[in-house]
Design a protein around this ligand. Structure first.
Ligand code: ADP
Length: 430
């Protein structure tokens, strides 16, 4: 036992704990092997070694194992202790072999190593077949072909070898199983810790983003009210600054939204408020939110209105988020004086929305990763700032509302994002 007042590195302790399992196995099998051989030595006689010397050897091995595993304090455990014990066992067996049948047995002894390694490599049923075949070979060789020995001695030697084979086989399998258990428990511990960290992280992001949301919304409201008043009352420079502040507050709001969605998605807490949504109104109002940002960048936002009312089934605030993310990207990743058009159409049972820009485009190698969490295209140091969350969140939101999202892009020519949503009904004549 480790004294309570001793400080020991947990990694060292874990390592010792791991090897203590092997120590227990080695110890148990030593006692079992010696005890079995001791019993057999009563049945078997006429060995090329006298019984007393054999017992002395057994006694020595027993006492050695006892001192090694029980008397030496646990804190000195670890790989070296197990390994040295293995080396010593080989020497003891060698001594035993030397005084019995010499090199013939030694060869057989190394034959057992096959069994030991088969224990680690093979499934139990195949492993048993290897052990059985070796046992059969031992019996046939021992009983029928070892003519150098008297028949009685042959029987004794065969029994001893079968016992040794059994011990080695079970020993090998136990060591292997202990190793497997150690690995599995290590893995599941790691998995458990990773999951806990993930839950805490999601909870943290969820709380922070929701706490941030209220003051940011208030800030946006004040800024928009100031902008309305300010146009007439403020100097052009001050009004310009106010506009830029408003834009950045808008970005901040959408970042906080993305973060809050991300934590909801990851913790399976995302709830949708599905209802009938008028797509014409949704697209129109979202586009008007961006009129100032677009004008600021001298990007032309073109709305291709649909002359029939399109009603879809979805969560209006989440759809607004998706659309806002895609329009924001289209503006961000387009040069000044370019055009962005937004429109929608009916395609069978779905409404299809498209956002087309004539911006930088998406390189081929980035296309497969675009919807991954935190993925950003690495264009150059002048790449607009972002988090790589927008498209991941957009895809999750669209798919959870029963739609699909994809894009078509060519570097230098532009990108078109499409997404679909289930149609509810058709109202003619708007
Ligand atoms: P963010 O814009 O915050 O980096 P997104 O998930 O919205 O994260 O986008 C991921 C990446 O996809 C961006 O880094 C950007 O390079 C690329 N991208 C998204 N939309 C467009 C677009 N319309 N044109 C070109 N690249 C785009």
């Amino acid at each position: 036992m480790v004294a309570a007042n001793q400080t020991i590195d947990p990694a060292v302790l874990q390592e010792k704990e791991k090897y203590s399992r092997y120590e227990r196995i080695a110890e148990t099998f030593t006692y079992l092997g010696v005890f079995g051989a001791f019993i057999l030595s009563f049945l078997t006689f006429n060995l090329p070694i006298d019984r007393l010397s054999l017992w002395k050897l057994f006694g020595f091995v027993f006492v050695f194992a006892f001192i090694w595993f029980r008397v030496i304090p646990k804190k000195y455990g670890g790989l070296w202790k197990v390994l040295t014990y293995y080396y010593c066992s080989i020497i003891f067996v060698w001594i035993g072999v030397h005084y019995t049948t010499g090199v013939g047995s030694l060869v057989l002894f190394f034959f057992y190593l096959t069994v030991f390694s088969a224990a680690a490599a093979l499934e139990t049923k195949y492993f048993i077949s290897v052990v059985a075949l070796i046992a059969l070979a031992l019996v046939i060789e021992g009983l029928f072909f070892s003519s150098a020995f008297a028949p009685e001695l042959r029987l004794n030697l065969t029994i001893l070898h079968l016992w040794a084979l059994l011990i080695v086989a079970i020993f090998g399998k136990s060591v292997f199983n202990a190793q497997k258990i150690a690995e599995e428990s290590g893995e599941s511990e790691q998995l458990k810790t990773a999951k806990q960290i993930d839950i805490v992280k999601n909870e943290f992001v969820f709380i922070i983003s929701n706490k941030l949301r209220q003051p940011i919304l208030a800030l946006l409201n004040y800024l928009q009210a100031s902008l309305k008043l300010g146009e007439k009352q403020l100097s052009a420079d001050l009004f310009d600054l106010l506009k830029k502040t408003n834009e950045n507050a808008d970005r901040l709001a959408s970042l906080v939204n993305d973060l809050s969605d991300l934590s909801r998605i990851e913790s399976q807490k995302l709830k949708l408020n599905i209802q009938n949504v008028n797509l014409n109104q949704l697209v129109g109002s979202t586009l008007s939110d961006f009129s100032m940002v677009a004008a600021e960048k001298t990007v032309k936002l073109i709305y291709q209105p649909n002359f029939e009312t399109v009603i879809i089934s979805g969560d209006p605030s989440r759809l607004h988020e998706v659309l806002a993310n895609l329009i924001d990207n289209a503006i961000k990743y387009s040069p000044a004086n370019s055009q962005i058009s937004v429109g929608f159409s009916k395609e069978g049972a779905m409404a299809q929305v498209l956002i087309r820009d004539s911006g930088f485009g998406i390189p081929d190698e980035a296309k497969a990763h675009l919807f991954e969490k935190f993925y950003r295209v690495n264009r150059s140091s002048s790449e607009p700032k972002g988090t790589g969350l927008g498209l991941f969140v957009a895809k999750e939101l669209v798919e959870r509302q029963g739609g699909k999202i994809w894009f078509d892009s060519q570097v230098g020519r532009g990108t078109t994002f499409f997404f679909t949503l289930p149609l509810v009904k058709e109202v003619k004549g708007k």
